[in-house]
Design a protein around this ligand. Structure first.
Ligand SMILES: [Zn+2]
Length: 130
Protein backbone atom coordinates (compact mmCIF):
# COMPACT_ATOMS: atom_id res chain seq x y z
CA UNK A 1 0.00 0.00 0.00
CA UNK A 2 1.27 3.44 -0.88
CA UNK A 3 1.97 5.83 1.91
CA UNK A 4 -0.56 8.60 2.21
CA UNK A 5 -0.18 12.02 3.68
CA UNK A 6 -1.44 11.95 7.26
CA UNK A 7 -4.14 14.57 7.63
CA UNK A 8 -3.85 16.83 10.65
CA UNK A 9 -6.78 16.68 13.04
CA UNK A 10 -8.91 19.79 13.45
CA UNK A 11 -9.10 21.19 16.97
CA UNK A 12 -12.62 21.61 18.28
CA UNK A 13 -13.88 24.83 19.82
CA UNK A 14 -17.41 26.16 20.46
CA UNK A 15 -17.46 27.98 17.11
CA UNK A 16 -16.55 25.01 14.91
CA UNK A 17 -18.26 22.21 16.91
CA UNK A 18 -21.24 21.81 14.52
CA UNK A 19 -18.89 22.03 11.52
CA UNK A 20 -16.75 19.17 12.83
CA UNK A 21 -19.79 17.09 13.83
CA UNK A 22 -21.28 17.47 10.33
CA UNK A 23 -18.02 16.19 8.83
CA UNK A 24 -18.41 12.94 10.79
CA UNK A 25 -21.63 12.45 8.78
CA UNK A 26 -19.99 13.37 5.45
CA UNK A 27 -21.66 16.77 5.36
CA UNK A 28 -20.08 20.15 4.73
CA UNK A 29 -21.83 22.97 6.54
CA UNK A 30 -21.13 26.69 6.42
CA UNK A 31 -22.00 29.61 8.62
CA UNK A 32 -24.48 31.99 7.02
CA UNK A 33 -25.23 35.49 8.24
CA UNK A 34 -28.92 36.35 8.43
CA UNK A 35 -28.17 40.09 8.64
CA UNK A 36 -26.09 40.52 5.45
CA UNK A 37 -27.16 37.26 3.75
CA UNK A 38 -23.60 36.05 3.12
CA UNK A 39 -21.88 32.79 4.00
CA UNK A 40 -18.41 32.69 5.53
CA UNK A 41 -15.60 30.26 6.32
CA UNK A 42 -13.96 29.44 8.77
CA UNK A 43 -17.03 29.14 11.04
CA UNK A 44 -17.42 32.07 13.42
CA UNK A 45 -20.14 33.22 15.76
CA UNK A 46 -19.70 36.83 14.62
CA UNK A 47 -20.10 37.49 10.89
CA UNK A 48 -16.74 38.71 9.47
CA UNK A 49 -18.57 40.71 6.78
CA UNK A 50 -20.85 42.86 8.94
CA UNK A 51 -20.21 42.03 12.60
CA UNK A 52 -23.67 40.62 13.28
CA UNK A 53 -24.07 37.67 15.65
CA UNK A 54 -27.27 36.57 13.83
CA UNK A 55 -25.66 33.60 12.08
CA UNK A 56 -26.92 30.11 11.34
CA UNK A 57 -25.67 26.90 9.73
CA UNK A 58 -26.42 26.01 6.13
CA UNK A 59 -25.61 22.81 4.28
CA UNK A 60 -23.14 23.26 1.43
CA UNK A 61 -23.60 21.26 -1.73
CA UNK A 62 -19.82 20.70 -1.57
CA UNK A 63 -19.12 21.72 -5.16
CA UNK A 64 -16.72 24.34 -6.42
CA UNK A 65 -13.57 24.99 -8.37
CA UNK A 66 -9.89 25.37 -7.58
CA UNK A 67 -8.98 29.02 -7.04
CA UNK A 68 -5.33 28.42 -6.13
CA UNK A 69 -3.24 25.43 -5.10
CA UNK A 70 0.19 24.20 -4.09
CA UNK A 71 1.81 20.78 -4.12
CA UNK A 72 4.19 20.05 -1.25
CA UNK A 73 6.95 17.69 -2.38
CA UNK A 74 10.09 18.76 -0.53
CA UNK A 75 10.71 18.31 3.16
CA UNK A 76 7.62 16.14 3.64
CA UNK A 77 7.37 12.38 4.06
CA UNK A 78 4.64 12.03 1.45
CA UNK A 79 3.75 14.68 -1.16
CA UNK A 80 0.37 16.35 -0.71
CA UNK A 81 -1.66 19.07 -2.38
CA UNK A 82 -3.54 21.93 -0.78
CA UNK A 83 -5.89 24.38 -2.41
CA UNK A 84 -8.28 27.24 -1.94
CA UNK A 85 -11.52 25.97 -3.40
CA UNK A 86 -14.15 28.55 -4.33
CA UNK A 87 -17.44 26.93 -3.40
CA UNK A 88 -20.58 27.48 -5.46
CA UNK A 89 -21.89 29.31 -2.38
CA UNK A 90 -19.33 32.02 -3.24
CA UNK A 91 -16.76 31.58 -0.48
CA UNK A 92 -13.28 30.07 -0.46
CA UNK A 93 -12.28 27.15 1.73
CA UNK A 94 -8.74 25.96 2.47
CA UNK A 95 -8.49 22.22 1.89
CA UNK A 96 -6.37 19.24 0.96
CA UNK A 97 -6.87 17.76 -2.53
CA UNK A 98 -7.13 14.00 -2.92
CA UNK A 99 -7.72 11.29 -5.53
CA UNK A 100 -5.97 13.30 -8.23
CA UNK A 101 -2.78 13.46 -10.27
CA UNK A 102 -0.84 16.31 -8.66
CA UNK A 103 0.68 17.19 -12.05
CA UNK A 104 -2.77 17.58 -13.59
CA UNK A 105 -4.26 20.00 -11.06
CA UNK A 106 -5.40 23.23 -12.70
CA UNK A 107 -6.85 26.53 -11.50
CA UNK A 108 -10.54 26.51 -12.40
CA UNK A 109 -10.80 22.72 -12.17
CA UNK A 110 -14.19 21.53 -10.87
CA UNK A 111 -14.03 19.68 -7.56
CA UNK A 112 -16.36 18.15 -4.98
CA UNK A 113 -16.06 17.50 -1.29
CA UNK A 114 -15.15 14.09 0.14
CA UNK A 115 -14.37 13.08 3.72
CA UNK A 116 -11.43 11.11 5.08
CA UNK A 117 -10.17 10.19 8.50
CA UNK A 118 -7.42 12.25 10.06
CA UNK A 119 -4.56 11.06 12.27
CA UNK A 120 -6.83 10.53 15.26
CA UNK A 121 -9.75 8.97 13.36
CA UNK A 122 -12.11 11.92 13.12
CA UNK A 123 -13.23 12.81 9.63
CA UNK A 124 -12.40 16.03 7.83
CA UNK A 125 -13.20 17.53 4.43
CA UNK A 126 -11.01 17.25 1.33
CA UNK A 127 -11.81 17.89 -2.31
CA UNK A 128 -11.34 15.71 -5.39
CA UNK A 129 -11.82 16.38 -9.11
CA UNK A 130 -15.36 15.90 -10.39
ZN1 LIG B 1 -23.10 39.54 8.04
Amino acid sequence: MNKEHRLPSPIANPENKAFLEAAQNDQLVLKHCNACNQAHYYPRTICPHCGSNDTSWIKSEGLGEIYSYTVMRRGVEVPFAMAYVRLNEGISILTHLTNCDFDAIRVGQKVKVVFQETQDGQKTHLFEPV
